[in-house]
Design a protein around this ligand. Structure first.
Ligand code: AMP
Ligand code: ZN
Length: 508
């Protein structure tokens, strides 16, 4: 199959933009460089985020990605640059179809319910609403048109099963984002080792095989099929993002984002479909967020350590505290979620609330008003850390250092006024909504629980294991777990599905 040159390749487009003022520098997965983000049309930063699949509640891992993307948008807007933010809703795939059929409701009813739940969680987490939030089902004609174009150009074909596949050998750039060629080489060299066997399995499952653009109708899809030039069926997963990003952002838009698990094959396939169809650069910058882990392990349904916003609230914490936790780690590193980190977030937000109370007449909602570049005054080092590849740990470190110094030194009225503006602008940029001072207290275990835990510790010290085990079971019945350390024990409130919220109750 012949290859076509991309008319406006991303390389060319990358050298444009950037007016010299200090802007946001962000790691780009494609070039593996930290590069400045700028609006290539001179007007707004156009960015696309792969949104949720709406078949159940989003988990807090998904929200790590969405919260970091929200921070990205806020930082760009704080620079005085407008944005156009598109985030899709995946409302047709195997999981949504299966879910709706199991419940005996239509796909539309089923996904509408989970979309609403997603929006409610987004609101709690103070995520700015995307400017456009297109759903896959509403955009079947656009997806069909894109597939037709790919067939015309020889990049796709209908197979004997009726489905349409993308022919990856027809696209010369296939694998450029995930460095497929390098990974293939490494896999070849290490073929004897066990890890290579694992790698190869995954590779065979998802990679070099051509991928589906249109899936022919199957009995298990029930009433969920659409008419196309290739017969009845439904779109494959990847094509929706190419169709919707193209429609709402055009070619060569500025930033494309998602969790790291999407780099391959999803984003690789999006690039292939879009660039093969348009002969133009798809996205100029690729922004990927590392995964959220739970208590040191991968968050997954089978381990029972998958949490939702509701689980967090059920354990007495707030979505604001969760947002703080999700922002506390640098986005390119995996973040380990612990219940302790929520306790720490609570006291951090309390400290900020106390500081705000010292400042004159603070209005709710932050200082973002005019749409120009925000002023941070004495808090400029905090914003500068954010401009440096969204370095949130450094930014939060600087924030608390400055707050401490200001609280120690005292302020004149005039200075306090300036500090207030910078502080409010920073709260808006982080998307923090502060509690009232002395607001929510840490949920105390009831006296009965504390007493049983103390008896158990005594039993353990006496090496009376039977009694200690019995008391541990009693605690579990009351919804508490106990974890022992060298110096004492910690009580953890057990949410539904395992894990727990930590209480710092030292034994002796
Ligand atoms: P999904 O609903 O599975 O399509 O995922 C929505 C978004 O969440 C995608 O950008 C995923 O890459 C991202 N995501 C999934 N799991 C995690 C995780 N554990 N940590 C961070 N992001 C995740
Ligand atoms: Zn996508």
């Amino acid at each position: 199959m012949g290859t076509r040159r991309i008319r406006h390749d991303c390389e060319e487009m990358r050298s444009e933009g950037g007016d010299g003022a200090k802007g946001l520098r962000l790691y780009d997965t494609l070039t593996r460089e930290v590069r400045e983000v700028s609006p290539s049309d001179g007007k707004r930063v156009r960015f696309y985020c792969c949104g949720p699949t709406v078949y159940g509640p989003a988990h807090i891992g998904n929200f790590r990605t969405f919260v970091i993307q929200d921070l990205f948008r806020r930082v760009v807007e704080a620079l005085g640059i407008k944005t156009r933010h598109v985030r899709n809703i995946t409302d047709v795939d195997d999981k949504t179809i299966r879910g709706s059929m199991e419940e005996g409701v239509t796909l539309a009813e089923f996904t509408a319910r989970w979309r609403e739940k997603f929006h409610a969680d987004c609101e709690k987490l103070n995520l700015l609403r995307p400017h456009v939030e297109p759903g896959a089902v509403e955009h079947i004609p656009e997806q069909i048109a894109l597939i037709e174009r790919l067939i015309e150009k020889g990049h796709a074909y209908q197979a004997s099963d009726g489905s349409v596949y993308f022919r990856i050998t027809s696209f010369v750039g296939y694998g450029k984002l995930s460095r497929l060629a390098e990974r293939e080489l490494q896999a070849g060299a290490a073929r004897q080792s066990e890890s290579a066997v694992e790698f190869r399995d995954e590779y065979e499952r998802e990679s070099v095989a051509d991928f589906a653009l249109w899936k022919a109708r199957r009995p298990e899809d029930g009433p969920n099929f659409w008419v196309s030039p290739w017969g009845e069926g439904r779109p494959g997963w990847h094509i929706e993002c190419s169709a919707m990003a193209g429609k709402y952002l055009g070619s060569g838009f500025d930033v494309h984002g998602g969790g790291m698990d999407l780099i391959f094959p999803h984003h690789e396939n999006e690039i292939a479909q879009s660039e093969a169809a348009t002969c133009e650069c798809f996205a100029r910058h690729w922004f990927h967020v590392a995964h959220l882990m739970v208590e040191g392990r991968k968050m997954s349904k089978s381990l029972g350590n998958l949490y939702t916003v509701e689980d967090i609230e059920r354990c007495g914490f707030t979505a604001e505290e969760l947002r703080y936790v999700l922002l506390s780690g640098q986005y390119r590193q995996p973040l380990n979620f612990t219940w302790d980190s929520l306790v720490a977030a609570r006291s951090a937000l309390q400290r900020l609330a106390e500081f705000r109370d010292l400042l004159p007449a603070v209005g709710e909602g932050g200082g973002k008003g005019s749409g120009g570049r925000l002023e941070f005054g004495e808090f400029s080092p905090v914003f500068e850390a954010l401009l440096d590849d969204l370095n949130t740990p450094a930014a939060l470190g600087a924030l608390f250092r400055i707050v401490r110094e200001l609280m120690k030194g005292g302020m004149s009225e005039e200075r306090a006024e300036r500090v207030r503006v910078g502080f409010e602008n920073l709260l808006w940029t982080f998307g923090f909504r502060l509690p009232s001072v002395g607001g929510v207290g840490v949920d105390e275990p009831p006296a009965e629980v504390v007493e049983i835990a103390r008896e158990r510790w005594e039993a353990k010290k006496r090496k009376d294991w039977t009694a200690a085990d019995g008391l541990r079971r009693r605690l579990a019945e009351l919804g508490w777990a106990v974890r022992d350390g060298p110096e004492g024990y910690t009580l953890l409130r057990q949410p539904a599905g395992g894990g727990g919220k930590k209480m710092n109750l030292q034994g002796e």
